[in-house]
Design a protein around this ligand. Structure first.
Ligand code: ADP
Length: 333
């Protein structure tokens, strides 16, 4: 059965970007494929973080996964740092990939600009570790947002290079070890920031709505989205706060409301306070069942503990199987 792998960094609570870009894809795939879904805590420490809250963030994301509908009977849940084979494979793969390609990646350049005083080796290494994450399980499909496409390309290059250098243990070629993973696309592969600039991200303040936000918080966050005078008219803008609001209406399936406000925009009669109220209700309606399920999980910590323990055992076995093959092919066994 085809393997699927996806991970979310433990840098804060899940937001609508993670939900539409990644979690919706995970939910769509868990019934049909052999899926491994991970909290990638090793990736979380490449940008400034608080060690004292890291473990809590990890657990909260596992709970978010479960509340969103990931079912441990259908998929394997993993905490990346608990499976040391990730870092072992990442190091081995790093020896066959050029530094210059990593330095050119837009994601690396963005993070460098965002944290000029925190440009570390781990940040540069991020795509190599991510390639190892997926290849460790021989993942073929990766449900992630469009922001991750450059990393998918790196992954495929590494898989290709490994296969050509070490494909067969004795001849160095012939059989392929790793598949070339493809991104599984969702309708919400790019959720724009509430600030109107760039993508919604956990590490950009004011950019996101968390899945745990209540009605009042959603209202407040949407009220802060920058708009215009409402008298511009013509076609809807492609970027900025107004564009973000319209994208979100579409993602929350408010098609009729979308058309109404689009017409209002054209006719210069749009009232953003009205639009924001409609959107607030739409967001809250979708998040309410998630929030209720989350409460029941918080009341049952031993269930969460056992789900984490089971996931770790299953993943460890799969990971070790790949590593045995890799060690042998690279000359370590
Ligand atoms: P963040 O940037 O918020 O820290 P992560 O890097 O942990 O998010 O990404 C977790 C997953 O969520 C990835 O699959 C990523 O592609 C997806 N994702 C993150 N932000 C968005 C967004 N704004 N739109 C769509 N998908 C997103």
């Amino acid at each position: 059965m085809k393997r699927v792998y996806s991970g979310i960094r433990a840098t804060g609570r899940l937001h609508l970007g993670n939900y539409f870009g990644a979690v919706k894809g995970m939910l769509a795939l868990q019934d049909t494929y052999d899926c491994i879904f991970s909290v990638v805590d090793l990736h979380a420490i490449t940008t400034p973080y608080a060690p004292s809250s890291l473990q809590n963030s990890v657990r909260e994301i596992i709970i978010d996964f479960l509340a969103a509908g990931l079912d441990p009977k259908k998929c394997h849940l993993e905490i990346q740092s608990k499976i040391p084979q990730h870092t072992e494979l990442a190091y081995l793969l790093s020896t066959i990939y050029p530094v210059s390609r990593l330095e050119d990646l837009p994601t690396y350049k963005d993070k460098k600009a965002q944290y000029p005083k925190y440009v570390n080796m781990g940040l540069l290494y991020y795509p190599v570790l991510m390639a190892a994450d997926v290849l460790l399980y021989k993942g073929e499909l990766v449900p992630v947002g469009i922001d991750q496409e450059p990393h998918l390309e790196v992954m495929r290059e590494i898989a290709r290079k490994f296969n050509s250098m070490f494909g067969h243990p004795s001849t160095g070629s012939g059989s392929s070890t790793f598949p070339e993973p493809q991104r599984f696309k969702t309708e919400g592969e790019y959720v724009p920031s509430l600030t109107g600039k760039g993508k919604m991200s956990k590490t950009v303040d004011g950019s996101y709505i968390n899945l745990t936000d209540d009605l009042a918080v959603i209202k407040k966050k949407l009220a802060a989205v920058p708009t215009d005078s409402g008298t511009i008219g013509g076609d809807l803008p492609k970027e900025g706060g107004v564009a973000s609001l319209f994208v979100m209406m579409k993602l929350f399936k408010q098609e009729n409301e979308y058309r109404k406000f689009e017409n209002d925009y054209k006719n210069k009669t749009i009232r953003y306070s009205e639009l924001k109220e409609v959107l607030t209700q739409g967001v809250y309606k979708e998040l309410k069942p998630f929030q209720e399920k989350r409460k029941t999980l918080l009341d049952n910590p031993s269930l969460v503990d056992s789900i984490i323990a089971d996931g770790q055992k299953e993943c460890m076995e799969m990971a070790e199987e790949t590593m045995k093959e890799v060690r042998q092919k690279m000359g370590f066994a």
